[in-house]
Design a protein around this ligand. Structure first.
Ligand code: ADP
Length: 288
């Protein structure tokens, strides 16, 4: 499978103080409590965090399925909170692709995998671009070549998940959003999906965001962002974990570190040429 030389540059992402509420009869549920996040065009990262922490909300805001209750979300030149419904629809049909966790919600069940992929390539054609990958080549990359002409409804959950991912990348989106892309896959299929996510990023320059609980997917991504309790709780780069300094100067520490530092703990601020360390004087009484 070879991609043509044409590239679709990725969209950058900026969350500035994003708050999101879901109204309910018992009172509003606060899903995001002030998320600040900057992602460069063409970055590839995994969004991690426990169930209920706000990951799916971040994805649906990025896809423009809803608008933030407060704060600003910019995706490339677009201010998501200010676009009309029509503009949001157009954005999803052309530049942003969202692959939901439940494959059936992404696919036309009575069409074949090939037809589903061709359908999702219409957006690229509408932009005057030739989609870089042929349906059959995409399906073969995911080990699905022999199922290309079957009806989607007759495929297993894992097979449907792979067709959904193939359809999601097929139109060469500038931002690809995937929710738990490997949840129904065996090891070999999982590796093929990770490879395809890397390819749309490296060959077409797309920005790729994967929400995942799968440690193999998280390890395969150059950057991880962890959401906890509706806030960005930690960052990882190439396997190293980092605390995040928020726009208000507060530092978000990983939860296992917080368990060792009860509220009120004083940390010594140690400046040195290579940077700044925060040290617990109790554990490190003579730290220089
Ligand atoms: P995650 O994807 O990390 O599991 P979500 O973004 O789905 O988290 O949910 C974050 C919070 O928002 C949770 O408390 C969840 O119960 C709540 N929530 C999500 N969607 C809705 C909704 N449609 N109505 C009410 N509350 C919701």
């Amino acid at each position: 499978m070879t991609a043509s030389a044409q590239t679709s540059r990725g969209l950058d992402i900026h969350f500035d103080g994003v708050v999101h509420l879901y109204p309910s009869a018992e009172g509003d549920v606060v899903a995001l409590r002030g998320v600040d996040l900057d992602v460069g065009a063409g970055e590839e990262f995994a969004l991690l965090g426990p169930s209920g922490s706000g990951k799916s909300t971040v994805l649906s805001l990025l896809a423009g399925l809803q608008r933030p209750s407060a704060g600003q979300i910019k995706v490339g030149p677009y201010d998501i909170g200010r676009l009309t419904n029509r503009q949001l629809l157009r954005l999803r049909a052309t530049e942003v692709s969202l692959v939901l966790q439940d494959p059936a919600r992404n696919l036309l069940p009575y069409a074949t995998p090939t037809q589903n992929i061709e359908f999702s390539q219409r957006g690229a054609r509408g932009r005057g671009k030739t989609p870089p990958w042929k349906p059959q080549a995409l399906l073969e990359q995911l080990g699905m070549g022999r199922l290309a002409q079957r009806t989607v409804a007759t495929l297993s959950g894992g097979e449907q998940q792979r067709v959904a991912i193939a359809s999601g990348v097929a139109g060469a989106p500038r931002l690809l959003l995937v929710d738990e892309p490997t949840s129904q896959l065996d090891t070999a299929s999982r590796d093929q999906v990770i490879e395809l996510l890397h390819r749309i990023n490296s060959e077409l320059g797309a920005t790729v965001v994967s929400v995942t609980h799968d440690p193999t997917v998280a390890e395969a991504m150059p950057r991880t962002v962890t959401i906890r309790d509706g806030r960005v709780g930690a960052e990882g780069r190439r396997g190293e974990e980092y605390a995040v300094v928020g726009r208000d100067g507060s530092v978000q520490l990983p939860p296992d570190v917080l368990e060792r530092l009860p509220p009120g703990t004083l940390l010594r601020v140690h400046r040195h040429r290579a940077g700044v360390d925060l040290r617990d004087p109790e554990l490190d009484p003579h730290g220089q």
